[in-house]
Design a protein around this ligand. Structure first.
Ligand SMILES: Nc1ncnc2c1ncn2[C@@H]1O[C@H](COP(=O)(O)OP(=O)(O)OP(=O)(O)O)[C@@H](O)[C@H]1O
Length: 303
């Protein structure tokens, strides 16, 4: 079957390791140009799913179309069109960042100019002459992404590219990922950071125990929860009884630091609070993908 406009089409793939069903009937499709996230806790089956789509692993059953072709057994014409960053990135020993990229580029028959462009894109131009083993964790991650991109693939697969990075390095990498998407690339990535996926992804699949529990735009998944908004005030700014009497107010809870009002009419509640001059230090918390996970599995999300 030909799916025009879809970079990836996966139908009912399964992979077991002995008794363990690592991937247990996964179907999904990713549109060209889409930023698609596969989310879930450790061991959910994200990496196995990704590796099957990339053609690095054979599924026990089910089918995969990557740019209209089956990626398994290895299909050589697909390779130039696909970029893969592996979780354990492997570099050539003792080469500088620039030399790593030039080496990858030459393997694909791509000129050195492109290698330098990629160093710029991932923000490593000033580290071009630094040996790969002297780079920080975040810089290594960015270098491995640059290597996955050097041959200008149409589809890029990234396995936990932001794992083990400090918050600033994670944010820098988000900019890189957005820049890649802005170049028209399709991105399929795995992460166990639900907050990050909510910000970056056009669509996400939430996986647990080898299955996809939900798949949609992050905002649609959150909206589908139909959860109340929580308005949080500093304790003492309003009594619990006064808070409960405000228009739009639902349940009210208090702890040592704060007073939390749940509401299904946040606009009304906020305007009532504004009229009372009680907006100082106010926070508004809406549901997140973590709440979606909790709702789907009955357990708290633990990356
Ligand atoms: N080669 C293998 N042999 C046996 N079991 C495996 C193998 N690869 C993965 N598994 C198991 O399959 C399950 C899914 O693993 P997978 O790596 O796909 O999960 P993941 O969601 O990517 O987790 P993580 O975030 O920890 O990488 C895990 O329980 C894992 O231990």
């Amino acid at each position: 079957m030909i799916h025009t406009g879809n970079a990836v089409v996966v139908e009912d793939i399964r992979k077991a390791y002995g008794d363990l069903k690592a991937v247990d009937g996964v179907s999904l499709s990713v549109a060209e140009g889409e930023f698609f996230g596969i989310l879930g806790p450790n061991g959910a089956g994200k990496t196995t799913t990704l590796e099957i789509i990339e053609g690095l692993r054979e599924p026990d059953s089910g089918s995969v179309r990557l740019l209209g072709e089956s990626p398994w057994p290895r299909r050589v014409p697909l390779l130039p069109r696909v970029g893969v960053q592996l979780q354990a990135s492997s570099f050539f020993e003792k080469l500088t960042a620039r030399e790593q990229l030039e080496t990858f580029a030459s393997l694909y028959g791509v000129g050195a100019t492109r290698a330098h462009e990629m160093l710029d894109l991932v923000g490593l131009a000033d580290k071009a002459d630094t040996r790969e083993d002297k780079l920080s964790g975040g810089q290594r991650q960015r270098l491995s992404i640059a290597c996955a991109l050097v041959h200008d693939p149409d589809v890029v697969f990234l396995d936990e590219p932001t794992a083990a990075l400090d918050p600033q390095a994670r944010r820098n990498l988000w900019d890189v990922l957005r820049a890649i998407q802005a170049r028209g690339k399709t991105i399929v990535y795995t992460t166990h950071y639900l907050d990050e996926a909510e910000i970056l992804c056009d669509r996400v699949a939430i996986m647990d125990k080898g299955r996809i529990l939900a798949m949609d735009r992050p905002a649609a998944l959150v909206r589908g929860l139909d959860a109340p908004t929580h308005v949080i005030l500093e304790r003492g700014s309003l009594s619990a009884a006064d808070a409960a009497a405000l228009p739009g107010s639902g349940e009210v809870g208090e702890d040592e630091l704060s007073l939390t009002i749940s509401t299904r009419q946040p606009a009304e509640l906020l305007s009532a609070l504004a009229n009372r001059g009680a907006l100082e230090g106010l926070q508004v918390r809406t549901a997140t993908l973590e709440d979606v996970f909790l709702n789907l599995t009955g357990r708290e999300y633990r990356a």
